[in-house]
Design a protein around this ligand. Structure first.
Ligand code: ZN
Length: 310
């Protein structure tokens, strides 16, 4: 809950009734991130944030959706980008909008050539709509099987067979515990698969879990990518070290650095009570990756290849 809207703030400022403390408070609350420092790690030139969302209540929430964060705008995200030192990003349609991708498409238009998109569609989507979205910068379809919503596992195969011609891939977000039962569907995909949020390997005991073993088999097969994002979702040991998630992330990185991606998950919609510090998250990920050549791959070369950045 923000203390002041920008308009209220400007009114207060105009009336001379504002103290020096209020601008900092207002800005911090509006950017959906803790802290205001830059990362200690300097992201390489051309780095891509592969997973972030825009929320805009000009677009209606889909009936039955449970995750409905407040607006998170392009202007707010620009400030986070400037703080992190990153210019390129991938806008992912959140569960909130069901199969309505207008919010993402609107954002792609405004972000321009430095952005790509991930859409949510069901099997009623037409080839003409897919082609149109491709021209607008969409490069993948998302299956969010974590929240009850628009897409189901039955749609994986039929949709995946249609997007191959566009050079798109499938992005999956699902509780790690469900990965074993999905494995045969995922192994059969004819296109690349990206599993978000470090495969949502559950904690504690992540390294010994069936989820971890399944995700490792998928990565080992050669067509599966992992997004290094959202360590706060499954951690039990917490920020900023996420010590329980660290060996999980490092195991994936060691297996296939050429298929790792990084994303902020801004505005961190699952973290309602306390937003993480985006700069600290960059530092944590960079430290987990560890090697300069792998940092260059994961922050720049891999996403450029997968999402077709210039
Ligand atoms: Zn997300």
């Amino acid at each position: 809950m923000r203390a002041f809207s920008r308009r209220q703030f400007l009114q207060l400022a105009g009336a001379g009734a504002v103290t020096a403390a209020i601008p900092a408070l207002t800005q911090a609350e509006e950017l959906w991130s803790t802290g205001s420092e830059k990362p200690t790690f300097k992201l390489p030139a051309g780095a891509v944030d592969c997973h972030m969302h825009i929320y805009d209540d000009r677009f209606p929430s889909a009936p039955g959706t449970t995750l409905r964060p407040p607006n998170a705008s392009i202007e707010q995200y620009r400030k986070i980008q400037a703080r992190l030192g990153v210019q390129r990003n991938v806008v992912v349609t959140p569960s909130t909008y069901g199969t309505d991708n207008r919010c993402t498409l609107d954002a792609l238009k405004r972000f321009g050539s430095n952005a790509r998109g991930v859409a949510v569609v069901d099997t009623s989507v037409t080839d003409a709509q897919l082609t149109e979205m491709s021209a607008a910068g969409v490069r993948a379809i998302r299956f969010n099987l974590s929240y009850p919503g628009a897409t189901t596992v039955d749609m994986l195969a039929p949709l995946a067979s249609r997007i191959g011609a566009l050079g798109w891939h499938v992005e999956l977000v699902v509780q790690g515990a469900k990965l074993p039962e999905l494995e045969r569907h995922l192994r059969a995909l004819p296109c690349p698969l990206v599993i978000d949020h470090i495969a949502h390997v559950p904690q504690p005991g992540g390294m010994q879990s069936d989820a971890m073993r399944t995700a490792q088999r998928l990565v080992d097969k050669g067509n599966t990518w992992i997004t290094l994002s959202g360590p706060y979702v499954d951690t039990k040991t917490g920020a900023p070290a996420y010590a329980d998630v660290e060996p999980v992330a490092k195991a994936f990185i060691d297996m296939a650095p050429e298929r790792m991606l990084w994303g902020t998950d801004w505005p961190h919609p699952t973290e309602k009570a306390h937003k993480p510090d985006d700069a600290a998250l960059v530092d944590t990920m960079a430290a987990w990756i560890g090697r300069a050549d792998w940092q260059e791959m994961i922050f720049v070369a891999n996403p450029v290849r997968l999402y077709g950045f210039d």
